[in-house]
Structure formats: structure tokens, C-alpha cells
Design a protein around this ligand. Structure first.
Ligand SMILES: CC(C)(COP(=O)(O)OP(=O)(O)OC[C@H]1O[C@@H](n2cnc3c(N)ncnc32)[C@H](O)[C@@H]1OP(=O)(O)O)[C@@H](O)C(=O)NCCC(=O)NCCS
Length: 196
């Protein structure tokens, strides 16, 4: 008899993903997560000047205002497109957008999702990413069928490693030559959190 794993029979359709956008903005410590707005473009332009951020995603290096607006539009439509949830990180101290965090759900049928984050250089140094990671991880557990969230971090990226560990993520190991970034194969540390 052919046994079909339960996750293969449990596919999430797009209206369901749209319905899962949080009714109350997730928050932890000094940050609140909300949908991106056009006025967040200065943060995106600043973030685009850190070459590592454009290398990992779709934000162009040294983005002009129109490119930042297009990136914001893509973030606003991630959940309607079924890719995941992209949030602006609002810093309570400054009252403005300090960065982004995304929960990516391509592997949701298998109960897994990945999380990414970035903080604009002028807003770094106050552990805002760790607060955002705690907030987005709490949101993750509101999603039915999601049991595990993962972070993929390059071994040199101490700021991200410290962020993961401060937010309670556990290191599981080193994935050798795991993915290509900026034309070069990279090793990645795997960190995870699991639903209690
Ligand atoms: C990773 C990132 C989001 C962290 O931003 P942040 O929340 O402002 O982090 P902080 O500057 O408060 O630093 C967090 C910790 O890392 C340490 N740290 C920061 N920069 C560091 C560096 N260059 N070298 C060593 N340690 C560093 C801090 O001392 C702090 O340590 P502590 O927890 O012991 O106090 C930010 O550096 C960033 O956007 N980087 C580029 C994008 C990126 O790498 N994203 C993650 C991909 S996996």
C-alpha cells in the first residue's frame, strides 16, 4: 500500500495565506512589525548601500528612490503572491522603519519556513534584529501546520549569529557549499526554532 505523507496532502492555497496576515502587528521589545509603506523608501535606500543585502535579495545595490519603491511594492505583495510575509521593522525609539524581516513559506507543506532580516546601518547596534526575530517567530506559530523556522547564516556573520542566539535559536550544524551568493558557493550555519 502506498502511504502518502500527510504534508503532501495538505497544500496551502493562496487565499489561505492572505488570510493569515496578522490582525494585530507583531511586536517584541523595542520593535513592531507592520506592512511596508511608501514612506519606508529611505530605509530601503540606506540598506541597499550595504552590499551584502542586495547580494541576498532583490534590492538593487545603491537603489534610487524608484527602485526602493519597487522593492517596497514587492514586499507588499509577497503574501498575496503566496511567497511568505515581509514586514517592516519599526523601531519604537525613533518611530520609523529600521529594517525588514521576512517569513518565507515555500516549504510550509512540510511544516517548515525560513526567516531573513536586515537592519539599516544607521539603526544597528541596539539588537533590533533580535527583537524582530522574536516577533516574527511568535507570528510564525499562529500559522497552522508550521512547526519549524530556520535561519541560514554565513559563519563570518557574527552580528547575525548573535541575533539568532539572542532570540533563542539553536545552532544545528554547518551546511557546506550550501548556496551561491554573489557568484560564490557559501557554507551556511543552520539555526532553528521549533513549535513548543
Ligand atoms: C545582522 C543584523 C540584522 C544585526 O543588526 P542589529 O540588530 O542592529 O545587531 P547589533 O548591531 O545590535 O549586533 C548584535 C550583536 O552582534 C555583535 N556585532 C555586530 N556587528 C558585529 C561585527 N561586525 N563583528 C562582530 N560582532 C558584531 C554586536 O556586538 C552584538 O553582540 P551582543 O549580542 O553580544 O551584544 C545587521 O548587522 C544587518 O542588517 N546585516 C546585514 C544583513 C544580514 O547579514 N542579515 C542576516 C543574514 S543571515
Amino acid at each position: 500500500m502506498l502511504v502518502v505523507p500527510s504534508w503532501q496532502t495538505r497544500r496551502m492555497n493562496l487565499p489561505e495565506l492572505t488570510d493569515l496576515w496578522p490582525a494585530i502587528d507583531p511586536a517584541f521589545g523595542n520593535v513592531t512589525l507592520r506592512a511596508f509603506r511608501p514612506e519606508d523608501a529611505p530605509m530601503a535606500m540606506e540598506l541597499s548601500r550595504d552590499p551584502y543585502v542586495p547580494a541576498m535579495g532583490t534590492l538593487p545595490l545603491n537603489a534610487a528612490d524608484d527602485q526602493a519603491q519597487q522593492w517596497i511594492h514587492r514586499q507588499q505583495t509577497r503574501h498575496t503572491a503566496g511567497t511568505g510575509f515581509s514586514f517592516a521593522i519599526v523601531d519604537h525609539t525613533e518611530g520609523r522603519c529600521a529594517g525588514f524581516t521576512g517569513l518565507w513559506v515555500r516549504e510550509l507543506p512540510a511544516g517548515r519556513a525560513t526567516i531573513g532580516y536586515g537592519i539599516a546601518p544607521s539603526c544597528r547596534g541596539r539588537h533590533l534584529a533580535a527583537d524582530a526575530l522574536r516577533a516574527v517567530t511568535s507570528f510564525a506559530w499562529t500559522i497552522p501546520g508550521l512547526h519549524r523556522t530556520e535561519l541560514y547564516i554565513e559563519p563570518w556573520n557574527t552580528a547575525s549569529i548573535r541575533t539568532a542566539e539572542r532570540a533563542g535559536y539553536l545552532r544545528e550544524g554547518l551546511l557546506r557549499s550550501y548556496q551561491e551568493i554573489a557568484g560564490r558557493r557559501r557554507d551556511m550555519l543552520l539555526y532553528s526554532a521549533v513549535r513548543n
